[in-house]
Design a protein around this ligand. Structure first.
Ligand SMILES: [Zn+2]
Length: 351
């Protein structure tokens, strides 16, 4: 008996120190599971968050038609005249299939009349059909005053800009902060180690402002401007903590979120995510933030529509982390809202 126990103990306690390069470790799942490829979204979809500046509108249209994507919002990363030209290019290529969100232009941010200059820029974008303006993570993390201090998102000097967005009926998209792992050290405990190795410039470890503080600055602006609809890109950068995201949605009725680039997080906590989608179905927008591609769209649809288990998530080349995702099999009424109806509320020009 003692001998048997010893064998058992040595079996269950054995470990090995493995010297296999992480990049060479490419395990293949042994699971045998049902797979449902969703060729077209169950309802016409609006991709509310994408960047098409580098693409040919005709090629994108062909992908959209194959996948059931009715409309794509191009968040142009151009500013000035180039942004206006980009908007014209897409709107003319296929009226009714493309819309545009402008990119906040920080040139001249040190000027005393910067708010007025910005409001003029916004009006010009609206004249060219813009249906929103995006504030990127550079606000809060890298943009600086002339005195060298970081610009704060809730800087009172920008209040007239947000007020003008309210008057113009222009939704404001905030991509504030970044994934939580990007604020952690790049070491063996970082679950996004390989991604950060490929993009060391994505790391904000050591930033003087914490992620939480950035979100609080952003939320102060949202609370200050109840007349403006704000879209928190990438699940308002809280996809790792859906309870905290829910608290923010409860506290800020003028906040919507898009799910772009966050299926890796959402799909690895499918029970919490499904509950979240059912409860906040009026506040969630479909968006991808990845170059249009048939397989990319179909992975999003598979995540939203099926109960498939343990499949790859749509991603940029370096992936986000070494895990797979699970579908959340949303009911039709929720899918309709997430794919299309919630976005239409922010896009009166399409109604
Ligand atoms: Zn984006």
């Amino acid at each position: 008996m003692a001998e048997l126990n010893d064998k058992f103990v040595s079996m269950v306690t054995a470990t090995a120190h493995v010297d296999l390069r992480l990049s060479d470790f490419q395990p293949r799942s042994c699971l045998s599971l049902d797979e449902h490829t969703v060729l077209t979204s169950r309802f016409p979809a609006i991709d509310y968050h994408n960047h098409l500046d580098s693409t040919d509108p005709r090629e994108v249209l062909a992908i959209m038609d194959r996948c059931g994507v009715e409309h794509v919002v191009n968040i142009t990363m151009q500013v000035g005249q180039a942004a206006l030209d980009m908007m014209d290019r897409f709107h003319k290529a296929a009226p009714g299939r493309f819309s545009s969100i402008g990119w906040m232009d920080w040139s001249g941010a040190g000027r005393s009349d910067f708010a007025a200059v910005t409001i003029e820029r916004l009006k010009r974008m609206v004249d060219h059909g813009a249906c929103g303006i995006k504030f990127w993570k550079d606000l809060g993390l890298t943009l600086r005053n002339s005195d060298g201090k970081l610009l704060r998102i809730d800087d009172e000097r920008f209040a007239p800009i947000f007020a003008a967005c309210g008057e113009l009926g222009l939704p404001v998209m905030f991509h504030t902060a970044d994934p939580t792992a990007f604020f952690d050290p790049i070491d063996q405990f970082n679950e996004r180690y390989e991604e950060l190795a490929a993009h060391p410039d994505w790391s904000f470890h050591g930033s003087p402002v914490s992620k939480r503080e950035l979100l609080e600055q952003r939320n102060r602006v949202i609370a200050r401007h109840p007349e403006v609809t704000f879209v928190g890109a990438h699940c308002a950068e809280c996809s790792e903590d859906l309870r905290f995201l829910a608290q923010q949605l409860d506290a800020l009725p003028n906040l919507q979120v898009d799910i772009s680039a966050r299926t890796p997080e959402l799909g690895r906590q499918p029970y919490s995510t499904r509950e979240f989608f059912l409860k906040y179905s009026d506040r969630i927008l479909f968006g991808t933030d990845l170059l249009p591609d048939d397989n990319m769209y179909r992975l999003y649809f598979r995540f939203l529509e099926t109960a498939d288990e343990y499949f790859e998530y749509p991603s940029h080349a370096s992936r986000q982390g070494r895990w797979n995702i699970y579908g959340i099999f949303l009911p039709d009424d929720v899918l309709r809202k997430v794919y299309r109806e919630n976005a239409l509320k922010l896009m009166p020009h399409l109604r």
